[in-house]
Structure formats: C-alpha cells, structure tokens
Design a protein around this ligand. Sequence first.
Ligand SMILES: [Zn+2]
Ligand SMILES: [Zn+2]
Length: 147
Amino acid sequence: MPAPCELERLLRGASLRVTRPRVAVLAAVHDHPHADTNSIIGLVRDDLGEVSQQAVYDVLRALTGAGLLRRIDPPGSVARYESRVGDNHHHVVCRSCGAIGDVDCTVGAAPCLTAADHRGYAIDEAEVVFWGLCPGCSTAHTPEHTH
Ligand SMILES: [Zn+2]
Ligand SMILES: [Zn+2]
C-alpha cells in the first residue's frame, strides 16, 4: 500500500482537496482491489471510526470521477472498485464465490479487441469479463462449499 503522503499526492494531482475520508477510501481500495462498497465502508470505519455510508459513496464517486479509482460492474454482481486505473485491464470472475482477479489486456494495447462489425462507432475500449471458477472453487467437491 502506498504511504499516506503518496495518497495525498494522488489526490492533489487530481485537484482534489485532501480529506481524511478520501485518504482512507483510497488506502482501503489500494489494499483490497475489487472491494465492493460495503467492504470499503467497513475498512474506512476501521480506520476512521464512524463514517456515514453516504460520505463513503460521495468519496467513491469523487475519486472515480477524478480517475483515481475505477468502478467495475460485473453483471449480476455489486459494483467493485480498484486503484489500478488507466491500463484497460480485464477481469476474471468466479461464478461460484464472486472472487475477481485482474487479467492483462488480451492482445497488446487498448482497445485490444477488434469488433467484427463496429457498426460505424469509433471504438477506443473493449471491456471483457472472463467467467469461470476460481482455484478454490474448482477444487471444491461439495456444491455447498463457500469461501
Ligand atoms: Zn470461487
Ligand atoms: Zn482489476
């Protein structure tokens, strides 16, 4: 995890005022890539004490809008956040437990996929979600197994 001064530098670089909730949310997402909102709220509360859900939502929106966090919305899952931004990487999602991992760009640089028929759109990004079972789930023999 980056040092607090590094997180403050990221905020200032994005023209955001440095506040404790912003630093705490950034730190939580750096430490827990692909965390969902509820986990982030829990982590921030561990760090700062009582913080309203709305305050965390507002910070997540501000940080995502400023490009410091990336929001991913796997179909059928709640929104997740990560601090690895700007490289157009993709995700692998476990159908069983919902674990998410990073997958580098499929072929070279963005957009990394060429649509067979781009329908006249100027395409600059392709977002791919790979679905399957994580190692923990694929080796589990009992269907009721959870992590
Ligand atoms: Zn799994
Ligand atoms: Zn990721």
